[in-house]
Design a protein around this ligand. Sequence first.
Ligand SMILES: [Cu+2]
Length: 322
Amino acid sequence: MSSSNAMLRASLAAALLVSVLNACASSSESNGSPPLSAPQSWSIVAGGSSQSEAVQALDFYPNALTIHAGDTVTWSNGTSIPHTVSIPQPGQSPPGGPPNPAPVGGGTYDGSTYVSSGFITNGKSYAVTFTKPGTYAYYCIVHLPEMAGTIVVLPSTAPLPQSAAAAQAAGAADQQSDLDAGAASFSLFPYAVGGTHLAAGISPGLPGSKPSQATVMRFLDDTTATSTITIPLGTTVTWTNEANNAPHTVTFPALGQQPPAGPPDQVPPAGGSTYDGSALANSGVMPPGKSYTLTFTKTGTYTYYCLFHDGPTGMIGTVVVQ
Ligand SMILES: [Cu+2]
């Protein structure tokens, strides 16, 4: 290629660039919208679970995302455990108290007001368009503090560190790593295998360590999920919540009855320290590390439930008293 030809190409390219920039500037002047990048869509997965839902991942995947003002982020939850996407004003905490299952605010966020998805489950999703640059922390108000994420919103002309596809791939890898850690936590079962001290849930790190990003929603009497234990009449059984991030209950309805309805944290403890199948025995809410003990005074086959996780994940066990 001759040097004059190269110069001609360079000047043509420069002229083209100038005309593109002018076109952008004039369209920006005429309609006031951000000119240089079309709004993008981004995806984040809230939570995650193993096939059986015994192991739950408790984070947002990817946990941190950098986007442009005007972009839209869509969160989805494929599990039956409810999560929320709740975005307070910068520097503030989401509202305390029982998690509100209803949405708050609309589909845009500019940092001036709190917005929340309400409960999203079973493949449902929630989309928010971020209209103003800033750094925004957000939470699942059901699974504070472990489920917290960040959206960094840059001006629409700034370069972004990651494509949407790369961010999604990184999120998927992080979710798998949390699910693997959750599955591995079965092996942390701290009592005699097949004994009378059971775990009501377990998690990486056990109680006392900081809330981990995975949890097992099952009763265990060994290093697997336990469906049934068989004990002699008069045996005393103890359950301890060996998770560091999820409440559970141990709830034996009267024989032939369903477990009590209503919000699990509002079903009071019942039944004292013995159970014979004639009336409800309920631990009440067992936070991490809490134990519950019951002596079985009548032979029979008794089904028990975690009121938080029986429906969604199948946290249900059986005691056979012989
Ligand atoms: Cu539970």
